[in-house]
Design a protein around this ligand. Structure first.
Ligand code: FES
Ligand SMILES: [Fe+2]
Length: 385
């Protein structure tokens, strides 16, 4: 497979946004490859038997809290003939029964019984026909899974991001699920994940209106291409345009409001803005379509007032039509339409020396994405011209 990847470090060929063959290779090399993907937070499965369905790239997965309390991830596909086992997004149950021939599994994935088993071949063993487990590890309550046996251990893979994951998730990740919003963007997953700090005060009207920029901030990219942006925000002025200004205020006004964005390679995000804590789980559905599940959380120690405040801010600030993210969806689509013109997407802000990639940047630079693009290019096996 040939992709015309320019020699210049700040240019990315737009053909990678719409080529089907590129998408197929991404599913094999990246999504089924040695990457960890966040698929849930433990609080989404509080009780034994609780489950959630997700996808890792093209592969349907089922995350289950077993009757022993352990959270596991399985392929959501029956080991008999492959029927998808669970179809609802969340639920609870002591057994997982396949509807097709009624094989039944317990919450640890073990096969409990199969109708007609006495007529199966002599060598058939229940022990060999349990659900296919995927490697699963957690960090601050975030459940990660990988489809590859070659993936690094999670702690090494995440590099310096865990402190920021904790900061984004209430300090310690002890959360309660408030709810979800799910949206499908007409864009390629890389156009979705190419979002950066340069655009924030320029695209988003709310950033200007609320004077949210200007504080101290950092941006760095880890060895495995995870990008962290952490910035102090100004207190929003009460300029009278909202009937309820608490929508844009920090609950504890004595603290400094902050924004933390942990953009995990390849596509999902863990974010905090003011009092909103959210994970955006993203699924590449096709070369032209990216589905994002926005999960919003409160903290177990919240007062009822603070929990209500978080609920009010959640989707209103960081949802698909929130004050801070409303315009992104439109741009994701416009990037995708514009990509078909061919040529290259060109990064400029913060690039500096065109001969070296920078892994530490200012919060409003776009050059951090080039480190991710280089990581992507190597994983995909595309040579520069
Ligand atoms: S496919 Fe699941 S029991 Fe047959
Ligand atoms: Fe944005």
């Amino acid at each position: 497979m040939r992709v015309a990847w320019p020699r210049e470090l700040n240019r990315v060929p737009k053909e990678v946004f719409f080529r089907e063959d590129v998408f197929e290779r991404e599913m094999e090399r990246i999504y089924k490859g040695p990457q960890w993907h966040p698929v849930a937070h433990e609080c989404e499965l509080p009780n034994r038997g609780d489950y959630k369905t997700m996808h890792v790239g093209p592969v349907p997965v089922l995350i289950v809290r077993g009757d022993d309390g352990t959270v596991r991830t399985f392929e959501n596909s029956c080991p008999h003939r492959g029927t998808q086992l669970r179809t609802d997004s969340r639920g609870t149950g002591r057994t997982i029964e396949c509807p097709y021939h009624r094989w039944a599994f317990n919450t640890r994935g073990q096969l409990m019984g199969a109708p007609g088993v006495q007529e199966f071949p002599a060598g058939f063993r229940k022990e060999d026909n349990g659900l296919k487990a995927c490697r699963t590890e957690t960090m601050h309550g975030v459940v990660f899974t990988t489809l590859s046996q070659d993936t690094l251990d999670l702690k090494t893979y995440l590099g310096d991001t865990p402190d920021y994951i904790a900061r984004a998730l209430g300090g310690d990740g002890r959360l309660k699920l408030m709810g979800y919003q799910k949206v499908s963007f007409a864009t390629n997953w890389k156009e979705y994940s190419d979002n950066e700090g340069y655009h924030a005060p320029l695209l988003h009207g709310a950033f200007r209106l609320l004077q949210w920029q200007g504080g101290k901030g950092v941006q760095f990219i880890t060895q495995d291409a995870h990008k962290v942006t952490a910035a102090e925000l100004g207190h929003a002025p009460d300029n009278g345009f909202l009937n309820d200004p608490s929508l844009i205020q920090l609950f504890d006004r004595s603290r400094t409001p902050e924004s933390i964005v942990v953009a995990l390679f390849p596509v999902s995000l863990i974010l905090k803005h003011l009092d909103v804590m959210t994970i955006r789980y993203a699924i590449p559905r096709s070369v032209d379509s990216t589905e994002v599940h926005y999960a919003y959380y409160s903290h177990v120690d919240d007062s009822p007032e603070l929990a209500l405040h978080r609920l009010r801010q959640a989707s209103n600030l960081l949802g698909p039509s929130g004050l801070i993210s409303l315009e992104d969806g439109a741009v994701f689509n416009r990037l995708h339409v514009g990509a078909t013109s061919g040529g290259t997407a060109n990064f400029q802000k913060g690039v500096g020396d065109l001969k070296a990639l920078r892994t530490t940047l200012a919060q409003n630079d776009e050059a951090g994405n080039l480190v991710r693009w280089e990581h992507y290019r190597k994983l995909m096996g595309f040579d520069r011209e």
